[in-house]
Design a protein around this ligand. Structure first.
Ligand code: AMP
Length: 291
């Protein structure tokens, strides 16, 4: 019991995880938490290191949450490699991997879902209408199981970060939601567990997602203030890649994600989702327009 630092433990049971968390809290330990679906890459590790810097105890959950996948999505094919994940996690100094079975989180008779009214509707919510309810629900459950003082979420999934922040505020959850910056491959592609699905040709063209966002950000930095020209720059840059199928390119205000005005002011999210074959990639940049 107490601080398990230096020795990674795997916990699968809700009651055991709650008991450990309670004991850490009573001992005055700060609990940092990183929820994940596994198949770790540098993006996950950066969040774990960020948690490690501030916490006495770091818990990572590894749970491929079935309720955030739609009927035709990649739940059954989602990449998994527990032994590799375990070794990587150990190297970062994580204390506990919470690794429950799906039936532990959703036992027979389970019936509660958390629905946010507005934030889940635009952007990824159009193609994935049930996704953010699944995310909000599992995050709330995981927070009640791990009892963290703070939880770290990547800006790579910016809409998810906003949904979880809003849910935590609306439900008076007693924890901080801390953002972590997007980690990228050397050529700029945002790291994602789904990048392993890409063929070499798709991988080569996928670099234009981050490049198009960078070109648009540069335009704004040089004084462009027109919403439509910013969006068109991204759209046209990706459209000419033959294997890319654009789902959306949008500019929305942060943090409420309402559509940008024609001449936006202040903090906005330039976000995109693009299909390469069946693989759907997302990326975004936060853009600051003059106030
Ligand atoms: P996932 O395993 O894909 O559910 O992601 C778990 C956490 O890692 C989420 O908070 C993601 O936003 C975050 N994450 C995924 N990819 C990246 C990345 N490239 N950079 C930073 N955080 C990321």
């Amino acid at each position: 019991m107490g601080d398990a630092r230096g020795q990674l433990r795997i916990i699968a049971s809700v009651s055991q995880m709650q008991a450990e968390a309670e004991a850490w809290r009573r001992a005055g330990k700060i609990i940092g938490f990183v929820p994940t679906m596994g198949y770790f890459h540098e993006g996950h590790l950066a969040l774990m290191r960020q948690a490690r810097e501030r916490a006495d105890v770091v818990v990572v959950s590894l749970f491929v949450n079935p309720t955030q996948f739609g009927a035709n999505e990649d739940l059954s094919h989602y990449p998994r490699d527990f032994e590799r994940d375990r070794a990587i996690t150990e190297s970062v100094g994580v204390d506990v991997i919470f690794f429950p079975e799906a039936t532990t989180i959703y036992p027979p008779g389970y019936q509660t879902t958390i629905n946010l009214a507005e934030l889940p509707k635009p952007l990824c919510g159009v193609a994935r209408p049930t996704h953010f309810a699944g995310v909000a629900t599992v995050c709330c459950k995981l927070f009640n199981i791990v009892k963290p003082h703070f939880a770290v979420f990547g800006e790579k999934d910016y809409q998810q970060l906003l949904v979880v922040k809003q849910m935590a505020a609306d439900l008076n959850l007693d924890l901080e939601i801390a953002p972590g910056p997007t980690v990228r491959e050397p050529d700029g592609l945002a790291m994602s567990s789904r990048n392993v699905y890409l063929s070499p040709q798709e991988r080569a063209q996928a670099v234009w997602l981050s490049r198009s966002l960078a070109i648009a950000a540069d335009l704004v930095a040089e004084g462009e203030t027109c919403r439509d020209r910013v969006i068109a720059t991204v759209w046209e840059t990706i459209r000419v890649q033959p294997l890319a199928n654009i789902d959306y390119v949008e500019l929305r205000r942060v943090p409420d994600l309402v559509p940008a005005e024609e001449e936006p002011r202040g903090k906005h999210l330039l976000a995109l989702a693009v299909y390469f074959g069946k693989t759907r990639l997302i990326d975004n940049r936060v853009i600051h327009f003059p106030e």
